[in-house]
Design a protein around this ligand. Structure first.
Ligand code: PD2
Ligand code: ZN
Length: 280
């Protein structure tokens, strides 16, 4: 076949397929079936949908997505050192609510360690290559190093077992505190493919492919985690967690989510973001 060219029409077709909800590996399979060279097809997917679409077999990345073992839909999952409850599971998008992921003492221990190091939360800057304070995120936060303390290591290893995803593919745990009125407006957790800072961020382990938000306390009112595209509200309950995964950095994953304003009391969460490869 003569040299194949990635045309705007091809990119538009890929976007259309993705918006219709077809996962990137199905789009790739369709392209291979119509005679596209694999490396050109992967390049076209990457250019259109971002790196995650192409990395299922890229060197150094783990294929598939983090996913708890729900095959028997047992009421609890053995996460190594703790039996974790499955409260709710949605297939598309994949959202799972876990109960009793952490004990009360573990939640209190993480809050005690984090409270000494809180600062106003930052997000990826909108135009420059860095991070900045963002009015959409009125919480305070901090990051732990991976395995920074014995408690953090134990929790991270439980998460790795529960979600069947290597511990070293996880970013350090981030802890956020929301005071009354504080919120986290709806956003996606993956890195925007077209953003100026994304190529550098992706060097440290590729795209984010899943999020686990763990509730470290139970606010008196407000503070649910909301998923506007699917009309889901998850109540923040101490020790519970909400997990969701996304196979491409694209709104068609329906993983838009936010933290609704805290009405009464404080809300504390610990977030674990999982990458495609080793996070360094
Ligand atoms: O605190 C939450 O409910 C929340 C909502 C949306 C946390 C995050 N995103 C996050 O940490 O990414
Ligand atoms: Zn988020």
């Amino acid at each position: 076949m003569s040299q194949q060219v990635i045309t705007p029409e091809l990119c538009a077709w890929i976007t259309e397929q993705s918006n219709a909800g077809h996962p990137s590996d199905s789009i790739l399979a369709a392209m291979l079936g119509s005679g596209w060279d694999e490396s050109v097809a992967r390049q076209a997917l990457a250019r259109t949908l971002g790196q995650a679409a192409t990395l299922t077999s890229a060197p150094g990345t783990t294929p598939g997505l983090p996913e708890p073992d729900l095959s028997r839909f047992a009421p609890v999952i053995d996460a190594g050192d703790r039996q974790v409850k499955v409260m709710m599971a949605l297939r598309q998008p994949r959202v799972v609510v876990f109960g009793d992921l952490l004990s009360d003492d573990e939640c209190d221990g993480i809050i005690a360690l984090a409270s000494k190091r809180l600062a106003r939360s930052e997000t990826v800057a909108s135009s420059s290559d860095g991070s900045e304070v963002n009015a959409a995120r009125t919480s305070e936060g901090m990051f732990f190093e991976r395995c920074e303390t014995e408690l953090i290591r134990r929790v991270e290893s439980r998460i790795a077992t529960l979600l069947r995803w290597p511990l070293d593919h996880g970013e350090g745990l981030q802890v956020l505190r929301y005071r009354p009125g504080a919120e986290y407006q709806p956003h996606y957790d993956y890195f925007e493919p077209g953003h100026v800072s994304t190529p550098n961020i992706l060097k440290r382990g590729g795209q984010r492919v899943a999020t686990l938000v763990i509730y470290l306390n139970t606010p008196a009112a407000g503070g649910s985690t909301i998923f506007p595209d699917i009309g889901l509200d998850v109540a923040p309950v101490k020790g519970n967690a909400v997990f969701f995964s996304y196979d491409r950095p694209h709104p068609s994953t329906q993983t838009l989510h936010g933290g609704s304003p805290v009405i009464d009391g404080e809300k504390w969460v610990a977030t674990k973001w999982l990458r495609q490869g080793v996070f360094v």
